[in-house]
Design a protein around this ligand. Structure first.
Ligand SMILES: Nc1ncnc2c1ncn2[C@@H]1O[C@H](COP(=O)(O)OP(=O)(O)OP(=O)(O)O)[C@@H](O)[C@H]1O
Length: 361
């Protein structure tokens, strides 16, 4: 198993600096962060497309970059399989020829065979087609297959799902899950999608403004990184993984941290993991105990872990009882935070209207 040890500093002429260090020991390591946080710079340094001003990058016992000794291996000698958003398949070659091109770069004792890769990535029907005759998701699967067949010591996936719609995303995600389970090739996944990260990653490195602001298991690292990193395209967003989703008399419910959550109606029984998304400003914080009759059906009990003031609002991280791994953010005014005594250790309940929840994969 190749461990990636990354230390790199890049200073751009624009004044932007990326200064990042992390270790990735097998499994899937996600680089997560908002736009401009430095993810692509780190990928480019690992792949050999960008030489850092200072850096020491090692993969297993091989040194890819050591600026102090003037070492910077060219991309083709790194055995890093890169799949990026603009999957660069050869347009004049069929899917099969693209895949076999990947195999030409493999070492003498391949561990991943052609038929096996086609089966896992669902490519068998597509082999005779050229890239222009494939959908975005199909092209992405061929690109992943080609990278895998080159027997990389490290798979580098740079936002592999970014340009796909929800259905195609689900299909490629399922393929990635199978790849991880089948071969356990050490993988670095770049993403700004929390759900993707939680589903695939063993550990997360959260970047912001060119620095590492948290690392650890997905829930832990994302919670530690604070509300500004818990974003989707619409702004700060909570994301809770739902367990035991069931329907009874037309009402859908699920469990989160051993507590019950009432869900809005779902079109169909879930196929794969489901998440509830809701913005922190949709959460009402109340003291524990009876708060009387309210329209909000969801009352999640927890303990305040920390508070962060951002732009005149107070974001409160609440660790849900019975599962300290799961937390959510509530946004309140400084006045409410003071009145309610929202400080670390305070017991609270978080009221969330069912209609505020968006449920999806
Ligand atoms: N070629 C360049 N010249 C000057 N500045 C750059 C260059 N490439 C990146 N930067 C700056 O370096 C910082 C990190 O950028 P980087 O592309 O690594 O971030 P990112 O997290 O990959 O962003 P995105 O999610 O938008 O791709 C940003 O401030 C960016 O403006």
């Amino acid at each position: 198993m190749s461990t990636l040890s990354f230390r790199g500093q890049v200073r751009y002429a624009s004044g932007a600096t990326v200064d990042v260090a992390f270790d990735a020991e097998g499994g899937v390591t996600a680089l997560f962060g908002p736009s401009g946080s430095g993810k692509s710079s780190v990928v480019a340094v690992i792949a050999g497309l960008l030489r850092p001003n200072n850096g020491l990058v090692r993969l297993g016992d091989e040194t890819l970059v050591d600026t102090s000794r003037g070492v910077c291996l060219p991309p083709e000698r790194r055995r890093v399989g890169l799949v990026s958003q603009d999957h660069l398949l050869f347009p004049h070659m069929t899917a099969e020829a693209n895949l076999r091109y990947g195999m030409r770069r493999a070492g003498p004792a391949p561990t991943i065979g052609f038929e096996q890769a086609c089966a896992v990535l669902d490519l068998t029907e597509l082999l005779g087609r050229r890239p222009a005759e494939l959908s975005g998701g199909e092209r992405q699967r061929v690109a992943i297959g080609r990278a895998l067949l080159s027997q990389p010591r490290l798979l580098l996936l740079d936002e592999p799902l970014a340009s796909l719609d929800a259905a195609r995303k689900g299909r490629v995600l399922a393929c990635l899950e199978r790849i991880v389970a089948e071969w356990n090739t050490p993988t670095v996944l770049v993403s700004h999608d929390q759900a993707e990260v939680r589903r695939l990653a063993d550990r997360v490195v959260v970047l912001d403004e060119g620095r590492v602001i948290a690392t650890g298991a997905p829930d832990e690292a994302l919670a530690a990184a604070g509300p500004l990193s818990w974003r989707d395209e619409t702004g700060p967003m909570n994301l809770l993984r739902l367990e035991g989703v069931t329907q009874c008399d037309g009402a859908w419910t699920a469990r989160v941290a051993m507590q019950e959550l009432a869900l809005p109606p779902l079109p169909a029984p879930p196929d794969g993991p489901l998440y509830a998304r809701f913005p922190p400003h949709e959460v009402t914080v109340a003291p524990p105990g009876d708060v009387g009759v309210l329209s909000a059906r969801n009352r999640l009990r927890g303990v305040v872990r920390r508070t962060v003031e951002v732009g005149g609002a107070v974001f409160v991280a609440v660790e849900l009882s019975a599962d300290a791994e799961t937390s959510l953010w509530a946004e309140v005014t400084p006045q409410s935070a003071a009145t309610l005594g929202l400080a670390p250790g305070a017991a609270v309940q978080c009221l969330v209207k069912t209609s505020s929840l968006r449920v999806g994969s």
